[in-house]
Ligand binder design. Structure first.
Ligand SMILES: *Cc1c(COP(=O)(O)O)cnc(C)c1O
Length: 430
């Protein structure tokens, strides 16, 4: 499969090159040249297939013959080595729990898949690759865990000091080996800017092969298609229209859902649920896309003021605003509403949602108010324990640490504190 840059000023490249490069030389995001829908019978037969078979069918054309079939199957089996339960918390309202992986957020799937692909491509290569990534919280842990011990790959993670939760910080600073954490005196945007500057710095790129591991990378983004099919497989009522509400920040997850729909997965509509960073809801309302400086909220993994993947979404709909609008609704919610939702869900359904899942729930309920004959799924993108500081005071109950968290919480933090870009540069070059 060939990939082209959405800025249209770079050469087409293979899946392998797209995974290794991350972003095109013209700074565009890579997009597959062709999307071929799967057969109707595949989707009809979904409930008879296991998750590895489903995943293989969905991703196969995007990898092409660049990874042998058996190897791809084993990468998938390894990546998806945990559960994806669909829990009905109210009539026709389902939570798709994407937090049963090693770092308890949905980003595990993409990070694990990408790490295994890179490892495959790099196995005969003498040159090391350095994954450089900025995180607002969950990406860092998922990437650290996904790439731990992968031969030929070094990982450098930048995170904003004091702005990630305690659990998140432990997950990305306690692993060692090929994983290094840099604690940046600044915001997520500052981290992101340092990373972008490094990618364009010839002093660095002449010396080391850098790649990104956020949802810009096709190997992190595309495997997220799987969840949507896993959820549809579990639904009993096949005749009722299905909508997904996706708590969105960089819009990688929802964009992957739209790819799955393009392949033929029966999805009636998408709801992009956001926090106060309401760029996309405003766009759908006004037709003007105006990025903002990100606003800090309690659903911090979605504090994004200029969602990178939105350009991919526009492309899926051939840049046709009306076509997009027919398939996508988007609503924004305040922290106050989010806390209330967490409380209501706990009281009414005895279910503990994290702040991101609660935003997804709110979006789904808002849509269902005016659309009766549907069944809805919101993505529960992180385990509530990752956001204890927010969740516990709302539900007034303490949450037990699951095993994955116990494993890291008492390990000593190792991070290098940096203030300016020159320190990052020095670190990478030496
Ligand atoms: C990253 C993240 C999101 C946002 O996902 P995008 O693909 O960036 O839209 C939502 N919830 C949680 C818990 C996350 O970690």
């Amino acid at each position: 499969m060939k990939y082209y840059s959405l800025n249209n000023n770079s050469a087409k490249i293979s899946f392998q090159e797209a995974v290794i490069k991350g972003i095109a030389p013209d700074k565009g995001l890579y997009f597959p040249e062709k999307i071929t829908p799967l057969s109707k019978s595949f989707f009809k037969n979904l409930h008879n297939l296991d998750k590895n078979e489903i995943a293989f069918e969905l991703i196969k054309q995007f990898v092409g013959n660049e990874i042998p079939e058996n190897e791809l199957k084993s990468i998938i089996a390894d990546t998806l080595d945990f559960d994806f339960p669909l829990v009905e918390i109210e009539k026709n309202v389902h939570s798709l729990e994407l937090f049963h992986g090693p770092t308890m957020a949905f980003k595990d799937v993409g990070a694990r898949f990408m790490a295994r692909c890179l490892s495959h491509f790099n196995k005969d290569n003498e040159n090391e690759v350095t994954v450089l990534v900025a995180t607002s919280g969950d990406t860092g842990g998922a990437v650290a865990s996904g790439f731990l011990g992968v031969k030929g790959v070094n990982v450098v993670i930048l995170y904003p000091s004091g702005k990630v939760s305690n659990v998140q910080e432990k997950q990305l600073t306690t692993l060692d080996e090929n994983i290094k954490a840099l604690e940046v005196d600044g915001t997520f945007d500052d981290c992101q800017n340092m990373v972008k500057t490094a990618f364009l710095d010839k002093d660095i790129t002449d010396k080391i092969q850098l790649t990104s591991a956020n949802s810009i990378n096709v190997a992190r983004w595309l495997p997220q298609m799987f969840y949507f099919a896993f959820a549809i497989k579990e639904l009993n009522k096949k005749s009722v229209k299905t909508v997904f509400s996706i708590p969105s920040g960089n819009f990688g997850n929802i964009c992957a859902g739209m790819m799955a729909q393009k392949l033929g997965l029966p999805i009636f509509k998408f709801i992009a649920s956001t926090n106060a960073n309401a760029v996309v809801p405003l766009y759908l309302e006004t037709g003007n896309y105006s990025p903002i400086k990100s606003i800090q909220t309690i659903s911090n993994a979605m504090d994004v003021g200029d969602p990178s993947n939105f350009i991919r979404i526009r492309n899926i709909y051939n840049n046709d605003f009306n076509k997009l609008k027919k398939n996508l609704e988007s609503y924004s919610f305040t922290d106050y509403e989010t806390r209330n939702a967490m409380y209501d869900i706990y009281i009414n359904s005895h279910y503990i949602a994290d702040p991101h899942g609660a935003v997804g729930y709110l979006g789904l309920k808002k849509f269902m108010m005016k659309n009766k004959q549907i069944q809805g799924i919101f993505l529960e993108t992180a385990h509530p324990v990752k956001f204890l500081e927010v969740v516990e005071p709302v539900i007034k109950k303490s949450i037990k640490y699951p095993q994955q968290i116990m494993d890291v919480i008492n390990k000593p933090k190792k991070a290098k504190f940096i203030k300016v870009y020159e320190e990052l540069k020095h670190f990478l070059i030496n």
